[in-house]
Design a protein around this ligand. Structure first.
Ligand SMILES: [Zn+2]
Length: 261
């Protein structure tokens, strides 16, 4: 992987944005920290709106030009996407929505029609795998290919256009995760590494993201946007990854229980 020079892309990772009492996306306790209420989300968008970032979609960015980009990304494909998209639009932003295609047209998730609506509004639609396996990098290479290709085909058949973006379920990736996504035709692969650096691998770009939970203070989001806490967030993630590796059998057992059978 080679780092792209002269470019900085701050991608914020959200999931659901809900009014009180609404439901969207995966209905389990793991997702509770990723449910923002409308006011919280609006505050984050307003903060972003004050910064002098470019606001293109990842597919539109000319990476040969020196610039700073800000991207809003949303994982899972929950029905609340239509709400977050509207809130973004109010401030002149577009979103990147990554869809778990197995859940498309299921309760709490978007329908084919919703995808069309988002695409027509100018938001970007990408894959978040087909069944959202919890530890994606523990899959065999063939299973990874199957996850990406099934998902990409469903999205392309639904929208009638090439789908070039994806995000990795759970955010953890290894080389074969990237290789399988690249072999499946994706050109822009989002992980959950807290970095503004963009890496190139065999004609595809690997983009990090800053995960925003509902407990993330506004000041922390501000520091993400001003590069002040990136080194700290990277250190925290490293520690978390080391712990996950140490307890891998236990971690993997617990996560696998959550997979769609
Ligand atoms: Zn996810």
């Amino acid at each position: 992987m080679k780092e792209l020079q002269n470019t900085s892309t701050i991608s914020l990772l959200f999931h659901e944005v809900l009014a009180d009492g609404e439901k969207s996306g995966f209905q389990n306790n793991d997702n509770l920290p990723y449910i923002h209420n409308i006011q919280q989300f609006n505050e984050a968008v307003s903060l972003a709106n004050e910064q002098a970032f470019m606001r293109q979609l990842i597919e539109e960015i000319d990476f040969t030009i020196q610039q700073e980009q800000l991207l809003f990304t949303f994982d899972d494909g929950g029905i609340s996407a239509l709400q977050s998209a509207q809130l973004l639009e109010n401030k002149g932003f577009k979103g990147h929505y990554f869809i778990t295609t197995h859940c498309l047209n299921q309760p709490f998730f978007m329908t084919d029609k919703d995808l069309h609506t988002l695409a027509e509004q100018g938001h970007s639609i990408g894959s978040h795998s087909h069944t959202h396996p919890m530890i994606f990098r523990s899959l065999s290479y063939n299973k990874m290919l199957q996850e990406w290709q099934t998902s990409r085909k469903i999205l392309e058949d639904t929208l009638g256009k090439p789908i070039l973006t994806c995000s990795i379920p759970g955010g953890d990736a290894d080389e074969k995760t990237y290789d399988s996504a690249i072999e499946s035709g994706f050109k822009f692969i989002f992980n959950s590494e807290p970095t503004s650096k963009v890496y190139k691998k065999e004609g595809a770009l690997i983009i990090g993201r800053f995960s925003v939970k509902n407990t993330t203070p506004l000041v922390t989001i501000e520091q993400m946007l001003t590069y002040e806490n990136h080194a700290q967030l990277q250190r925290n993630r490293k520690i978390k990854n080391t712990i996950k590796k140490l307890i891998f059998p236990l971690h993997s057992l617990m996560q696998n229980r959550k997979n769609i059978q």
